[in-house]
Each structure stands twice: as structure tokens, then as C-alpha cells.
Design a protein around this ligand. Structure first.
Ligand code: PGA
Length: 254
């Protein structure tokens, strides 16, 4: 089964101004000009809400897509400070990262909350990138698989995955922003586990179609090996997506 690769850039809380955001995206665009990205991989930029429209405009002549990094599970009402999936849809946004470990740990998001967010994202035709991953403590306790399986099961409860409407990203928390990359083989083992869980929850054809990304200190120097693995279909890239040359090189190495 051949699945078209996806590279999702996660800018997190960066950069600090519109000028820097435009500068970064323009430099990436220039760098990617000579690579036939569309043919081989899909590319999406997941941005702070405040830059979505700006960067969407600057990417309008490219095949690249735009994503948000979060959304609320209610569509409208008295929820000060929140952004809804409906607003994202109306802005023409394609993807939304949900359940990132930083949201789980720093903003107390449970799998139950993430589940509600996935549901409302799907209702609004957004493509959720559901993140799962174990902490260092959980890894040391030897409960990685248990954690991944329960995060998947709880986050996907009552969600009708069809193989194309939800993307999973395996991001070991201890590898995020630390420079410690999980070995490609170990990452593949967990991605395989995720696929077999999807086959249990849905069926094997849906599991085979679903994109499973790896994330956690992915760089231009690690991506080749990661992309060779049977069950890794792309990457969620944080730090390396903020340096234009490095990100272009990373895409090129795919
Ligand atoms: P990193 O972040 O590439 O900086 O480790 C990845 C992520 O958190 O999505």
C-alpha cells in the first residue's frame, strides 16, 4: 500500500512578528521552488492562529496547505479566548493538530477533551493530526505501548475514521525539542502498533490507508532513515521547521 508522505511543520509559539513569519515562509518557498514537492509529498504549515490568514495568502500560488495547532470543541458562544473549528473552516484551513503533548501536559488536555475536539474538527471538514506519545517516565516504566494504545482508544472513541479523515502522529514526549531522536526502528515499531490498533478499532483497509507520522527532533539529517521505515508516512517537525534552509533540506531529503 503506498501512502503519500506528509510533512507537517509545527511552528508552535513562533515567530514573534508578522514580518518574521512572512520572511520565514518566503525563504522556504524560494528554497522549495526547485523541488517537485507536490508529486512526492504533501506539505502543511501549522501556525499560530494569528498568522493563518497571512501565510495562507502568501501560499496561495503553491500546493502547500495550512493548519492550526488547536481548536475548541464548541462552535460558538461564551468561551473567551477560544477559536472554533467552524472559524477555521470558514477561513479555509485544512489541518488542525490536536492532542499535542504540550497541550496535554501544559494545558491539562485529557484524551476525553481531545476526543471532543476531533469530533468537531471532522464535522467542519478539518483534517485532525492526532498526537500520541509517552513521557520519559512512562518509557522508563516500560508502559509505552499501554500509554499509546489508551491514548488512541480514548481520543478516537466514537470517531468514524475512514483512513483519510484522521492522521496520527507518534511523538515520544522525551524526544520533542530535546535533540534526542527515537531510533527509526523503535519509532517504526510504535507506528506499526498504532496501525494494528487502528485495524482493531476499524478494519485493516482503514488502518492501511491512515497516515502515521513520526515527530520529535526530526531534522534534515534524520529524515531519510525515518522515511525508509515501513510504517512511518511522514513527519511532524517543530524546531527544524523554523529555519528555512534546514527545513528545505529536510523536505529535499524526503
Ligand atoms: P521538535 O517538535 O521537532 O522541535 O522536537 C516536534 C513537535 O513537537 O511537534
Amino acid at each position: 500500500m503506498s501512502r503519500k508522505k506528509l510533512i507537517a511543520a509545527n511552528w508552535k509559539l513562533n515567530p514573534s512578528s508578522r514580518e518574521e513569519a512572512i520572511d520565514l515562509i518566503e525563504n522556504i518557498k524560494i528554497g522549495l521552488k526547485n523541488i517537485d514537492v507536490e508529486e512526492n509529498i504533501n506539505l502543511t504549515f501549522c501556525l499560530p492562529f494569528i498568522y493563518l490568514e497571512l501565510i495562507k495568502n502568501s501560499l496561495k500560488d503553491t500546493p502547500f496547505k495550512i493548519g492550526a495547532q488547536n481548536c475548541y470543541f464548541e462552535e460558538k458562544g461564551a468561551f473567551t479566548g477560544e477559536i472554533s473549528a467552524l472559524m477555521l473552516k470558514n477561513l479555509g484551513i485544512d489541518y488542525v493538530i490536536l492532542g499535542h503533548s504540550e497541550r496535554r501536559s501544559l494545558f491539562n488536555e485529557s484524551s476525553e477533551i481531545i476526543n471532543k475536539k476531533i469530533s468537531v474538527a471532522l464535522k467542519n471538514n478539518l483534517l485532525p493530526i492526532l498526537c500520541v506519545g509517552e513521557t520519559l517516565k512512562e518509557k522508563e516504566m516500560g508502559i509505552t505501548e499501554e500509554i499509546i494504545l489508551s491514548q488512541l482508544e480514548e481520543s478516537l472513541a466514537y470517531i468514524n475514521c475512514n483512513g483519510e479523515n484522521v492522521i496520527i502522529a507518534y511523538e515520544p514526549v522525551w524526544a520533542i525539542g530535546t535533540g534526542k531522536t527515537c531510533s527509526s526502528e523503535d519509532a517504526n515499531t510504535i507506528c506499526k502498533l498504532i496501525r494494528s490498533k487502528l485495524a482493531d478499532l476499524y478494519n485493516s483497509s482503514i488502518a492501511e490507508k491512515t497516515l502515521i507520522l513520526y515527530g520529535g527532533s526530526v531534522k534534515s539529517s534524520t529524515i531519510k532513515e525515518q522515511m525508509k521505515q515501513t510504517d512511518i508516512d511522514g513527519a511532524l517537525v517543530g524546531g527544524a521547521s523554523l529555519i528555512a534552509d534546514e527545513f528545505v533540506q529536510l523536505v529535499n531529503n524526503c
